[in-house]
Design a protein around this ligand. Structure first.
Ligand code: KIV
Length: 265
């Protein structure tokens, strides 16, 4: 797609029904992101997310999606401790959960790990810029690469991942001119989130796109619909109908042969 100049639209999904819908709508890549921890499981960050939680949700997504490439996001501390751990855990996404690729956070420091995983036949997506698993070092959800040192480091990170053979790199919260430069300098596609329009593709967290996650709306998110409002409205309508006795009606009920009832009585 990068070679053809076709923009890549990637989305996250965490469950069967959503994966089925976004797949039917034609999204080519589904990321089962560890954002799962925040938008589905209610943690304050992605740090507590476990391998078991990721595998559980990746399986559900794999059952729903027929065509999209499914990428499993490797959770915190499942690939940093040793390359052996990284290989074993990356393999689990493919063998046990039906993903076709994995994503990991980090640039230069993770290039060797990425390369070893790729050598084993597992496609890897990189992720640099704001890397939420390092939030305690970064000091918050904010743009990365604004100073000349930080920008040079980010370019090095992108180059290292590109050389390692990743099939794409997520650039999160990176100033637009820098993500443009990185996109021009690497051969692999860049997928931006808060990284401007020059990336080869974009990724959004589905709960942001649908207006479902209401704790906060990141600057990089666009709510294409506000499902939170629709859900609250539908719920209060339901409560009101149950209380007034207007739900259920005959349409939602099952009839039975009156003679059966008569026999019972
Ligand atoms: O976990 C996630 O959803 C992500 C995307 C924001 C790229 O890493």
């Amino acid at each position: 797609m990068k070679e053809k100049g076709e923009k890549i639209a990637m989305l996250t999904a965490y469950d069967y029904s959503t994966a089925k819908l976004v797949d039917e709508a034609g999204v080519p890549l589904i990321l089962v992101g560890d954002s799962l921890g925040m938008v589905v499981l209610g943690y304050e960050s992605t740090i507590p997310v476990t391998m078991d939680e990721m595998l559980h949700h990746t399986r559900a997504v794999a059952r729903g999606a027929r065509n999209a490439l499914i990428i499993g996001d490797m959770p915190f501390m499942t690939y940093q401790v040793s390359i052996e751990d990284a290989l074993r855990n990356a393999g689990r996404f493919l063998q046990e959960a039906g993903a076709q690729a994995v994503k990991l956070e980090g640039g230069v420091s993770m290039a060797e790990t990425a390369s070893r995983i790729i050598t084993c036949g597992i496609p890897v997506m990189g992720h640099i810029g704001l890397t939420p698993q390092s939030i305690n070092q970064l000091g918050g959800f904010k743009a990365v690469g604004k100073t000349s040192d930080a920008a040079a480091r980010l370019l090095d990170d992108a180059r290292a991942l590109d050389e390692a053979g990743v099939f794409s790199i997520v650039l999160e919260c990176v100033p637009e001119p820098l993500s443009k430069l990185i996109t021009e300098k690497v051969s692999t596609p860049t997928i931006g989130i808060g990284a401007g329009k020059y990336c080869d593709g974009q990724v959004q967290v589905i709960s942001d796109l649908l207006g479902l996650y209401t704790d906060f709306v990141p600057r990089h998110a666009k709510q294409f619909v506000r499902l939170a409002d629709s859900i609250k409205q539908a719920t209060s309508d339901y409560i009101a109908e149950v209380q007034s006795g207007t739900f259920p009606t005959e349409k939602q009920s099952y009839a039975m042969d009156e003679s059966v009832l008569a026999d019972l009585q």
